[in-house]
Write a protein that binds this ligand. Structure first.
Ligand SMILES: Nc1nc2c(ncn2[C@@H]2O[C@H](COP(=O)(O)OP(=O)(O)OP(=O)(O)O)[C@@H](O)[C@H]2O)c(=O)[nH]1
Ligand SMILES: [Mg+2]
Length: 305
C-alpha cells in the first residue's frame, strides 16, 4: 500500500493512498489553483485532512536547521507549518532504499540521455536534481548512494569545473524510484539544455518531485529565480535544497535560508514550504533527504510530521 502526503503552507495536509499517485495529487492541486485559489490552503475541506498542529515542533538532529535555530529568536520553520520531521525509525527504514540488504534491490546507473526521446518509459517514480552548474547536484546523488553495495557512487563524476554533467543521468534504486542528475544551468550549460531539461519537466509523467539546489554560501541567484519561475509555470512540484552548508558561515547560511523562504512564500505555489540543508562532503542532512525521497515517491509513510 502506498501513501502520499503533501504539506502546504498553512500546515494542512492532503492525504491519499493506493490509487492516487503524487502526480494525480498535483493535477488536483493544479485544478484547485485554476479555480482561482490563492494558495494550496484554499482547497476544499473534502480534499483536505487537517492534522493537529504541533507548535514549536522540535526538529531532530537529522535536520541541520535544528543547529541554526538557537541563533534565531523566531522559529525558522514557522509554527503554522507542519515540518517534515520523521522519527528515528522512519529515517532508518528510508535508508534501506539507499543501502539495501536484499540482493534483489540493486542500485545502478541505467541511462545517459541528452534527448527526452532517449529516456526509458516505466511506472517507477522519479525525482530530479537541478541547479546552477557546480552547485553540487552530482555530489549530492553520490552522497545519497554512498553506502550502496553496488558501488554506483564511485562512477558518478563530480568536478570543480562547472558544466561537468552534460546529459540526464538516471540512477535506479530497485523498483522503488529513479534519481535523475541533470546538467546545470549557467556556466558552460549545454546548448540543448532547454530542449532536454525543460521538456523533461514539462512532459515526464512519472516525475514526482524536483529538487532545486541552491548554493548555501551564495544564496538565491537570478538564474535560480528564473528556474523557480519555470518550475512554477510547468506546475512541477519542487523543493529547495541548500547545498555545501559546510562551506557557508552561520550568518551567511541563515541569511540565505531566510531569503529562500521569503521568496518561496511570495512566489511559489508548487514549492514545498520547508527548505532542506545538506552537505555532501560532511553528510549533514543526507539521511533526512533520503527519507523525503522515499516518502515523496510513495515508498513509505512518515507519521512523524
Ligand atoms: N565544500 C563542499 N563542496 C562541495 C559539496 N558538494 C559539492 N562540492 C564541490 O562542488 C564542486 C561541484 O560539484 P558537482 O557535484 O560536480 O556539481 P554539479 O552541480 O553536479 O555541477 P555540474 O555537473 O557542472 O552542473 C566539486 O568540486 C565538489 O567537490 C559540499 O557539500 N561541500
Ligand atoms: Mg554534475
Amino acid at each position: 500500500m502506498k501513501f502520499y502526503r503533501l504539506l502546504n503552507p498553512q500546515g494542512m495536509t492532503i492525504l491519499t493512498k493506493d490509487n492516487c499517485t503524487w502526480s494525480k495529487l498535483c493535477v488536483l492541486l493544479r485544478k484547485t489553483s485554476s479555480l482561482g485559489c490563492d494558495s494550496l490552503g484554499s482547497l476544499s475541506k473534502r480534499t483536505c485532512v487537517s492534522y493537529p498542529k504541533s507548535p514549536k515542533t522540535q526538529l531532530t538532529k537529522y535536520n541541520p536547521i535544528s543547529e541554526l535555530q538557537p541563533f534565531v529568536a523566531v522559529p525558522i520553520i514557522p509554527d503554522e507549518t507542519v515540518p517534515f520531521n520523521p522519527s528515528e525509525s522512519e529515517i532508518k527504514s528510508a535508508a534501506t532504499f539507499f543501502e539495501p540488504k536484499e540482493k534483489s534491490h540493486v542500485i545502478r546507473h541505467i541511462k545517459t540521455a541528452a534527448r527526452i526521446s532517449d529516456l526509458p518509459t516505466y511506472d517507477i517514480p522519479e525525482v530530479a536534481f537541478i541547479g546552477r552548474s557546480n552547485v553540487g547536484k552530482s555530489s549530492l546523488i553520490q552522497a545519497l548512494f554512498s553506502k550502496a553495495p553496488s558501488g554506483v557512487h564511485r562512477k558518478i563524476v563530480v568536478s570543480s569545473k562547472p558544466g561537468r554533467t552534460k546529459a540526464l543521468q538516471l540512477y535506479q534504486a530497485g523498483n522503488a524510484f529513479t534519481m535523475v542528475d541533470m546538467p546545470g544551468y549557467g556556466h558552460n550549460m549545454p546548448h540543448y539544455f532547454v530542449d532536454c531539461v525543460e521538456t523533461y519537466f514539462k512532459e515526464r509523467k512519472n516525475l514526482e518531485m524536483v529538487f532545486i539546489l541552491v548554493d548555501g554560501e551564495v544564496g538565491l541567484t537570478k538564474l535560480d529565480e528564473v528556474m523557480l519561475e519555470k518550475l512554477q509555470a510547468f506546475s512541477a512540484v519542487h523543493c529547495i535544497v541548500l547545498t555545501k552548508i559546510d562551506k557557508a558561515k552561520r550568518h551567511q547560511l541563515l541569511g540565505n535560508l531566510m531569503s529562500v523562504m521569503k521568496y518561496r512564500d511570495q512566489h511559489n505555489r508548487y514549492c514545498l514550504p520547508q527548505p532542506f540543508l545538506v552537505s555532501a562532503h560532511r553528510g549533514d542532512g543526507i539521511e533526512l533527504l533520503k527519507t523525503l525521497i522515499a516518502y515523496v515517491t510513495g515508498n513509505m509513510l512518515v507519521t512523524g510530521c
